[in-house]
Design a protein around this ligand. Structure first.
Ligand code: FES
Length: 111
């Protein structure tokens, strides 16, 4: 496993999401209510729309295109519930947020 530094804790505040490209992977970092940080695929599993163009309410990411919703803690689909975002392992090292991209591929769902 080799983790890549993406940003620092100052770049993603609680209730925010930020898109990044890491080793050619489009990812979105989210800091959920309570401060838990997660890294997910940056594109919607539905039709390749950037999730960062949608909204994040601290608990759910909502795609702007057709309003699919994803749990910000697990990446699992809420509506519809038969889809999910790929989850990238993250590590916090001091102030730095690092992400492992090796072996993780975006998931795509039914349309
Ligand atoms: S492209 Fe995201 S919900 Fe359709």
């Amino acid at each position: 496993m080799s983790f890549t530094k993406v940003c620092t804790l100052d770049d993603v505040w609680e209730g925010e999401m930020e898109p990044f490209t890491v080793n050619g992977h489009e990812i979105v970092l989210v800091c959920a209510e309570g401060g838990e940080i997660s890294a997910f695929q940056g594109v919607c599993p539905h039709q390749d729309i950037a999730l960062s163009e949608g909204t994040f309410d601290g608990k759910k990411l909502i795609c702007r295109a057709h309003l699919w919703q994803f749990d910000a803690g697990t990446g699992k689909g809420i509506n519809p519930d038969d889809c999910a975002l790929a989850v990238y392992p993250i590590r916090i090292d001091g102030e730095d947020i690092l992400v492992e991209t090796e072996g993780v591929e975006p998931l795509f769902a039914h349309s």
